[in-house]
Design a protein around this ligand. Structure first.
Ligand SMILES: [Fe+2]
Length: 466
């Protein structure tokens, strides 16, 4: 039941909201179209599907809309077969989306608004529950195709038509939820994940075996006494790497009209190395910084751990600070025994969405691709940046008037590629780009015209044909 002091909030001003207009404007149409027009040539050795999730509210929101936390999920798929392409998109239909579709209008508010609908409006099953948000990522593991949320359960999708099958706790490996960024070890086939909670024990980790069974149920991480927001993780053969930045949930502040998340830099950022064999957690404390995303991590022969990630001075949008937050691609090398740490900056160009070849996760990787900022007047995601970690070189692709999303590595039978979706800010046409991994700075070898506009979104995966 909704608390009596919280009333149904007013509509969000969608016309003037920066994350509900332009390349972010929600798409409400669902289509399935084959034989798409291609400029250039799609490589014949590339067989599979590129999938991407992202916030896309089913109806114009009420209360608040905080990107990237709010919005319903919409999964976009570009299937590539024999040099041809097919596009399909579907909403992730949670019970909340279904109830709103039945009503024909929005019912649930944004994530920071405490109003929830009552039993008279949505029935006893949904009354008092917040909106579920499986809109962040999409992963495939052990036959499950999962639209991932943060802190709540993923929703399983039908891999044929992307229809929603329902929430899935992965054989109990997830109790109440999971990070949106679980990591799949390409050697063992295990999917390793963590989950943070507002109540003790605040942080757990779990393992789903290659066959889909729960290899480790949710296991408390000792040494965490505060509810913190933690978005991503890294994995090595020996460790789970978590960075506990001081973005603290403050529920008491919410009840007095304050912010649900409070940036407390005086607490510093704590790095946890959690042995995958269940051994003692190693902790290091540094000056405060913020992390959304990791590229990858791996063990060095001498026992140290190398971690590549994007480091921000503070979480923009969630913390008051005198200067803009800047994002850098960083490599940190940690000695788990001495606690000694060295840090090198690979790029300070406000990069984000770092990705590697997923076959190299938990091992040394050859390359990292990110989105970045080339021209400050064009917005953040105006270019793609590629870092060759073997040669120590970097290059970029300037897509002109196109805003580009997360690059995904796509291995073909003979060659390797990077794929991503972008939208032209001039005419709002959306495209699927294929770049050669050998020389990504040369730009796309093929661009596929998508039949509808695809809003700028978050994360996804390349699913090789099986
Ligand atoms: Fe993310």
């Amino acid at each position: 039941m909704s608390a009596p002091e919280f009333t149904r909030p007013a509509p969000v001003d969608v016309v003037h909201h920066s994350h509900l207009t332009g390349v972010f404007e929600p798409q409400r149409e669902e289509v399935d179209v084959g034989g798409l027009d291609v400029i250039g040539e799609l490589p014949g050795d590339l067989q599979g599907a590129y999938l991407r999730n992202g916030p896309n509210p089913r109806f114009d929101p009420i209360g608040s809309y905080i990107y990237p936390l709010d919005g319903d999920g919409m999964v976009h798929r570009v299937e590539v077969t024999g040099g041809t392409a097919r596009y399909t998109n579907r909403f992730v239909r949670t019970p909340m989306v279904e109830a709103e579709e039945k009503a024909g209008h929005v019912i649930w508010p944004g994530v920071t608004d405490l109003y929830t609908p009552g039993v008279e409006e949505v029935g006893p099953e949904l009354a008092g529950r917040p909106r579920e948000l499986p809109d962040i990522n999409v992963v495939r593991h052990s036959g499950r195709l999962l639209a991932m949320a943060e802190t709540s359960l993923p929703y399983r999708l039908n891999p044929e038509d992307l229809s929603t099958l329902g929430p899935d706790n992965c054989d109990g490996a997830m109790s109440v939820g999971s990070t949106a960024h679980p990591k799949i070890d390409p050697v063992t086939g295990e999917m390793v994940l963590f989950n943070y909670m507002l109540e003790a024990p605040y942080l757990t980790w779990s393992v789903v075996a290659a066959d889909g069974s729960a290899a480790r149920p949710p296991t408390a991480v000792d040494g965490v006494d505060t509810p913190l927001m933690i978005h991503d993780m890294a994995l090595t053969r020996r460790y789970i790497v978590l960075m506990l930045c001081p973005l603290v949930f403050d529920m008491a502040a919410v009840l007095t009209g304050g912010s649900v998340l409070d940036w407390r830099p005086e607490k510093g950022t704590r790095i946890a190395l959690i042995p995958r064999d269940g051994g003692r957690v190693r902790w290091l404390t540094c000056d405060a910084y913020w992390v959304w995303h990791f590229a990858n991590a791996f063990d060095l022969p001498d026992g140290r751990v190398s971690v590549d990630y994007v480091e921000w001075t503070y979480p923009g949008g969630f913390a008051k600070a005198p200067a803009p937050s800047t994002g850098s691609l960083v490599r940190v090398v940690i000695d788990p025994e001495s606690g000694h740490l060295t840090k090198d900056v690979m790029s300070d160009r406000d990069v984000e969405f770092p990705r590697v070849d997923d076959r190299e996760l938990a091992a040394p990787h050859r390359a990292i691709a990110t989105v970045g900022k080339l021209d400050v007047s064009r917005g953040r995601q105006d270019s793609l940046w590629f870092f060759d970690t073997v040669r120590g070189t970097q290059c970029h692709w300037d897509p002109g008037s196109v805003s580009v999303g997360e690059p995904i590595f796509m291995p073909g039978a003979q060659h390797e590629y990077w794929g991503m979706i972008g939208t032209d800010r001039n005419d709002m046409s959306s495209w699927f780009f294929v770049l050669p991994a050998e020389d990504p700075g040369s730009g796309p070898m093929a661009k596929v015209r998508l039949p509808i506009r695809v809003p700028a979104g978050l994360h996804g995966a390349w699913l090789p044909a099986q």
